[in-house]
Ligand binder design. Structure first.
Ligand code: NAD
Length: 263
């Protein structure tokens, strides 16, 4: 059976984390070659071992990369050159810092760190993907940038640097989609709802009140799972979504459409 991503070379940043790892697994299952990139070498090693378990006749590479460094991202994108260049770029790495707070209490260095990784990282990934698409004369490519549902909704629980960064991802992705549409380069944002991954669960920790302030708003009554995001990413990466461009692709269990939740 031919996979939905057969013949595609894919790069995933934040590949050792919740969404990134699940996506890499689905990408290789769907027949893609995958470059897995993460800043955390030990976690990346473990994640790559898992992904390799699902690999058949495709290739998997690991690259240690800090997406906030342009040189690091340039080297990452070059890792797909021996395969004929990248076709799918998933700019997914992101942080939500424990000291991220409201306008008064967010330290400036946390603000800067968050924007450097969450916004500049997506810009560098998009920029070097476009340069590579042109270099390899690609005509049908897909860039998926991970934003968040908080880019579309006002959160009453403060995480100001993170929220601002994800709003920037959404706006940047929309413009990239327009600018490059006639070259055949698609750009979409993935907007996950709150998930069962370390990023959010470690941030919430055992703060019951903080957790309840969120859980009460879930129409489905539960956090989302990383695999549920990964399935959406496969669609956006594949040619099945060839006419989907510039979207804020929400995978949030209906959270953003809720007025009040059912009992
Ligand atoms: P995660 O923390 O499980 O994984 C994130 C990965 O990114 C980690 O492996 C981490 O090492 C890596 N990373 C961090 N900084 C990096 C850097 N500078 N360069 C390269 N890699 C770096 O998180 P996740 O839940 O899988 O989140 C993935 C994306 O989804 C993030 O952009 C996040 O903001 C977004 N998101 C998550 C949720 C959620 O509830 N978990 C909701 C909405 C959006």
């Amino acid at each position: 059976m031919v996979g939905r991503l057969a013949g595609k070379n894919c790069i995933v940043t934040g590949a050792a984390g919740g969404i990134g790892l699940e996506t890499c697994i689905l990408f290789v299952k769907e027949g893609a070659n995958v470059v897995m990139a993460d800043i955390n070498p030990e976690a990346l090693e473990k994640a790559a071992a898992i992904v390799n378990h699902f690999r058949t006749d495709t290739e998997v590479k690991q690259v240690i990369c800090d997406v906030s460094s342009e040189q690091s991202v340039q080297e990452l994108v070059a890792a797909a050159d021996p395969w004929g260049g990248v076709d799918v770029m998933f700019n997914n790495a992101g942080i939500m810092h424990g000291k991220d707070d409201d306008a008064i209490n967010t330290p400036e260095k946390i603000w800067d760190l968050t924007q450097n990784i969450n916004v500049k990282g997506v810009w560098f990934g998009s920029k070097h993907a476009v340069l590579s698409f042109r270099k390899h004369n690609k005509k049908a490519t897909s860039v998926i940038n991970t934003a968040s549902f908080v880019a579309l909704m006002g959160a009453a629980t403060p995480q100001l640097a993170y929220t601002a960064s994800k709003g920037a991802v959404l706006a940047m992705t929309r413009e990239l989609a327009m600018i490059h549409a006639r070259e055949g380069f698609r750009f979409n944002s993935l907007c996950p709802g709150p998930l069962n991954t370390p990023l959010l669960q470690e941030w919430l920790g055992d703060d019951v009140e903080k957790r309840f302030r969120r859980e009460v708003h879930f129409p489905s009554g539960r956090f989302g799972e990383a695999i549920e995001q990964a399935h959406a990413v496969v669609f956006l990466a594949s040619d099945e979504s060839s006419f989907v461009n510039g979207t804020d692709f929400l995978v949030d269990g209906g959270l953003s459409k809720a007025y009040v939740t059912a009992q």
